[in-house]
Write a protein that binds this ligand. Structure first.
Ligand SMILES: Cc1ncc(COP(=O)(O)O)c(C=O)c1O
Length: 449
């Protein structure tokens, strides 16, 4: 059994390394024949299990060709980065450890590294050092955790015990969100029972940022949700103006910074000036920090507020208030903060700045080249997002499809101000300037075809 396990893991490593070595040459979106071949997985649940080596063989032979090469250098779709080797290697070890990283009792090493990672994240992002950091699965889940903490705390300030009395008869908490808020923020609010019809939408300016002059009234029963990095344009709400006003009114301010918060680590940190004044923030590691998936952070200035909202202590499972099971939605959980620790330990402050600066510079160059090539660039390109349109809606859609079909690159469609556009996001540590030139050459070729 031991020998078989050793051989199996060696085989898995060999296959994973071969896959990684081929990233540069792979189609970015799989060929339709590889997708069609996935039908071979449609088998009945086996009565007698197969040999593990065969399971791995099937997975690699049928599965690998049908992957999207988002871990490669020419994936410009959603801001989802690749995986830094340091983070991928740490993840391999975490898998071997198989820790239940709920608390110190489940894993002293995970508890230690996630505490260090929490401190480093706050330091790197310039957020209050006293904040609690829960390492959750996604920005969606972490937003849900932060908004539960926010509602509970706002109600407590009005003498309402949310844990015991729930919502029936509770003072109403008003939610103000941007017209351009990410769909997952709306989802978190919907799941929490805020009711979509009751949300108050804050009007945005020409760039898609909340217009402070048209901000609805705020008071001490308001939850104001801002964003660092609008999903199409990469724009930032005007934190330095909005947050002091909101806090003076007694509102709770939450910031969705799924990818944009990482601008704080770069030479463009000024884009998010004042974001540190908020009450809570969510961000992802699996986007711009280039960690593997299931890597997000719920960050809350009032550490007790998050710890109380997420507490899951039981007689058989008591833990300190800053244990991860008391800061996230999960009870049993992977030590997902370890890959974040590894990425930050590897990059350091300088490496982080270099990586984020590079993507911002590459996006700027891409925008200039496309503009010069006759495309309309629809956003101010000061982050890593380039929002593009060709001469007509038909041409925009045709170019997008041709680029996706080419297998050379991949990026996605969007609708901006009622008309089709495509979004190019630069966020992989593997993307070189030469990869950007490949993208530019392809787009210019398609435009002139
Ligand atoms: C601005 C923004 N907020 C939230 C999310 C949701 O993040 P996640 O996919 O980690 O839940 C995303 C991206 O997917 C995003 O771009």
């Amino acid at each position: 059994m031991r020998i078989a396990e050793h051989a199996l893991l060696t085989d898995a490593d060999r296959r994973a390394i071969a896959y990684n070595d081929s990233l540069d040459q792979r189609r970015v979106y799989p060929h339709e024949s590889a997708i069609a071949a996935l039908d071979a997985f449609d088998q009945p649940l086996p009565g007698t299990g197969r040999e593990a080596g065969q399971v791995l063989h099937t997975l690699d032979e049928l599965g690998s060709p049908a992957t999207v090469t988002s871990n490669g250098p020419r994936y410009f779709g959603f801001v989802i980065g690749a995986t830094l080797p340091a983070a991928a290697a740490a993840e391999r070890l975490v898998l071997a450890w198989d820790q239940c990283a709920s608390s110190f009792d489940g894993s002293p090493i995970a508890d230690k590294l996630e505490k260090v990672a929490a401190r480093w994240v706050c330091e790197a992002l310039g957020l209050p050092r006293e904040s609690a950091v829960g390492f959750g699965t996604s920005a969606t889940a972490c937003t849900l955790a932060c908004l539960s903490a926010a509602r509970r705390a706002l109600l407590a300030r009005h003498g309402w015990d949310f844990d015991q009395d729930g919502l029936i008869g509770a003072p109403e908490i008003r939610v103000v969100i941007s017209e351009t808020a990410h769909i997952t923020v709306r989802k978190a609010l919907r799941v929490l029972g805020f009711g979509m019809r009751r949300l108050q939408l804050a009007a945005v300016d020409e760039y898609g940022r909340i217009d402070p002059a048209r901000l609805p009234d705020l008071d001490d029963r308001t939850l104001l949700i801002l964003q660092a990095g609008e999903v199409n344009t990469g724009e930032f709400d005007r934190f330095a103006e909005l947050i002091p006003k909101a806090r003076a009114a007694g509102a709770w301010v939450h910031v969705d910074g799924a990818f944009g918060l990482w601008a704080r680590t770069s030479s463009s940190a000024g884009l998010a000036e004042g974001v540190e004044l908020a009450d809570s923030w969510t961000t992802d590691g699996h986007k711009w920090l280039n960690t593997p998936y299931d890597s997000a952070m719920a960050i809350c200035r009032d550490s007790d507020a998050l710890a109380a909202a997420m507490n899951s202590d039981a007689a058989y499972a008591m833990a300190s208030r800053d244990s991860q099971k008391n800061l996230t939605l999960e009870f049993s959980r992977r030590a997902r903060g370890v890959a974040i620790w590894a990425a930050l330990a590897y990059l350091g402050r300088d490496g982080l700045r270099t990586m984020i600066d590079q993507h911002i510079r590459q996006a700027g160059h891409l925008a200039d080249a496309l503009r010069n090539g006759g495309y309309q660039v629809l956003n101010r390109v000061h982050l890593n997002q380039v929002l593009v349109r060709a001469d007509s809606d038909e041409q925009t859609t045709a170019i997008l499809k041709a680029a996706q079909d080419s297998g050379e690159v991949w990026f996605g469609a969007t609708i901006w101000q009622g008309r089709p556009a495509f979004r190019l996001s630069v966020s992989s540590w593997r993307t070189t300037d030469a990869d950007i030139e490949v993208l530019i050459a392809l787009l210019l070729r398609l435009k002139n075809a």
